[in-house]
Ligand binder design. Structure first.
Ligand code: C2E
Ligand code: MG
Ligand code: MG
Ligand code: MG
Length: 288
C-alpha cells in the first residue's frame, strides 16, 4: 500500500492519478481553483446508536469531483490545502454546505431527535482569527440551530499555544456549538489536556475499533475509554466499525454511538443506517 508521503511524492512529480490539472499539481492554488469551479462535494456518513441502528448524527466529509468524474479523497488534497491556508476557504464552504443540508434533516423516528451534524476543523482554521465568525455566519445563513452542530478537532491542535484558537473555541461554545475530539487515542494525549480541552464528545480512532474482537485485542483500551467517557460525562463514538462482530461487541459493552461502513458509508445525501449491532435486533432499519 502506498503511504501518504508516497502519494505526495508522486504528486510532486506530477505522476499522481489525482493530478487533475495539466501544468500544475493539486497544490493550494489548484484546490482554490477547483473550489471556484464548484468541483467539491460534501458527503455524509451516519453516526448511529448501535443498539437500534438509529441515525443520531452524521459527519460531513469533503471530496473533490474531478472533471473526469473521479472522486478524490481528502488525504490527496487536504495536506496542500492546509499548508497553503486554502483550507480556510474550503472549510468555510464545507461548513456552509453541510449546515444547509443538515437544516433539512428530519428525525429518524417520531420520538427521536433530529440528527446533529459534525464537521471537521483543522489547525489553520482554528487559528484563523475569524473562524468563529465563519461558524456563526454558517448557522445564521442556513438556520441550523447551534445545538445541532459539532466541530471535530484533533488532539494535536491542543499542542498549539494559540490565542486565536482559544478565542475561537470560546466564541464557538458561546454560540452553543459543541466540540468533539477526533481520532482519540492516537495523539499523545494527557488526561490533563483532555480535562482542560472542554470537549463534549470523544471519537475512538479506527485503529482501536479494528482490533476489539481479535485475540490480541485493543478491547481493554476501548473499555477504558468507554468507562472514562462515562465518568467524565462525555459521549463516546467508536469510529471505523466495519463488521457485525465489532458492532455487537460495542453493544455488549455499553457503547451508544458508532460510525463505520457496517452502518453506512459516506454518501452525497444522508442515508440512514441500515444495520444494528444486535444479533436479535433488526438488520435493516427503515431508510428515510
Ligand atoms: P476523520 O474525521 O477521522 O473521518 C473518518 C474517516 O474514516 C473518513 O475518511 C471516513 O470516510 C472513513 N471511514 C468511516 N468509516 C470507515 C470504515 O468503516 N472503514 C474505513 N476504512 N474507513 C472509514 P475520509 O472521508 O477519507 O476523510 C479522512 C480525513 O480527512 C478525516 O478523518 C478528516 O480528518 C479529514 N477531513 C475530511 N473532510 C474534511 C473537511 O471537510 N475538513 C477538514 N478540515 N478535514 C476533513
Ligand atoms: Mg472526523
Ligand atoms: Mg477520526
Ligand atoms: Mg482522521
Amino acid at each position: 500500500a502506498r503511504t501518504e508521503s508516497a502519494v505526495y511524492a508522486a504528486k510532486r512529480a506530477g505522476r499522481s492519478r489525482t493530478h487533475v490539472h495539466a501544468g500544475g499539481g493539486p497544490d493550494g492554488r489548484a484546490v482554490l481553483e477547483g473550489l471556484q469551479r464548484g468541483e467539491f462535494e460534501v458527503h455524509y456518513q451516519p453516526i448511529v446508536d448501535p443498539r437500534t441502528g438509529r441515525t443520531t448524527a452524521a459527519e460531513a466529509l469533503v471530496r473533490w469531483r474531478t472533471p473526469e468524474g473521479g472522486l478524490v479523497p481528502p488525504s490527496d488534497f487536504l495536506p496542500d490545502a492546509e499548508r497553503s491556508g486554502v483550507i480556510v476557504q474550503l472549510g468555510a464552504w464545507v461548513l456552509r454546505t453541510a449546515c444547509s443540508a443538515a437544516a433539512t434533516w428530519t428525525a429518524d423516528g417520531s420520538e427521536d431527535a433530529v440528527p446533529y451534524l459534525t464537521v471537521n476543523a483543522s489547525g489553520p482554521e482554528l487559528q484563523d482569527p475569524t473562524y468563529w465568525r465563519t461558524v456563526h455566519d454558517a448557522l445564521a445563513a442556513t438556520g441550523l440551530p447551534a445545538e445541532r452542530l459539532v466541530l471535530e478537532l484533533v488532539e494535536s491542535h491542543y499542542d498549539i499555544e494559540s490565542l486565536h484558537l482559544a478565542n475561537n473555541l470560546h466564541q464557538i461554545r458561546q454560540l452553543g456549538v459543541r466540540t468533539a475530539l477526533d481520532d482519540f487515542g492516537t495523539g499523545y494525549s494527557s488526561l490533563d489536556r483532555l480535562r482542560r480541552s472542554g470537549v463534549d464528545i470523544l471519537k475512538i480512532d479506527k485503529s482501536f475499533t479494528d482490533d476489539i474482537t481479535s485475540e490480541t485485542s485493543e478491547a481493554p483500551l476501548v473499555l477504558a475509554i468507554l468507562a472514562m467517557g462515562k465518568a467524565l460525562g462525555l459521549r463516546v463514538v467508536a469510529e471505523g466499525v466495519e463488521t457485525r462482530a465489532q458492532a455487537a461487541w460495542l453493544v455488549a459493552h455499553g457503547c451508544d454511538a458508532a460510525q463505520g461502513w457496517f452502518f453506512g458509508r459516506p454518501a452525497p445525501h444522508l442515508e440512514r443506517a441500515t444495520a444494528s449491532g444486535r444479533s436479535d435486533g433488526p438488520t435493516r432499519i427503515a431508510v428515510q
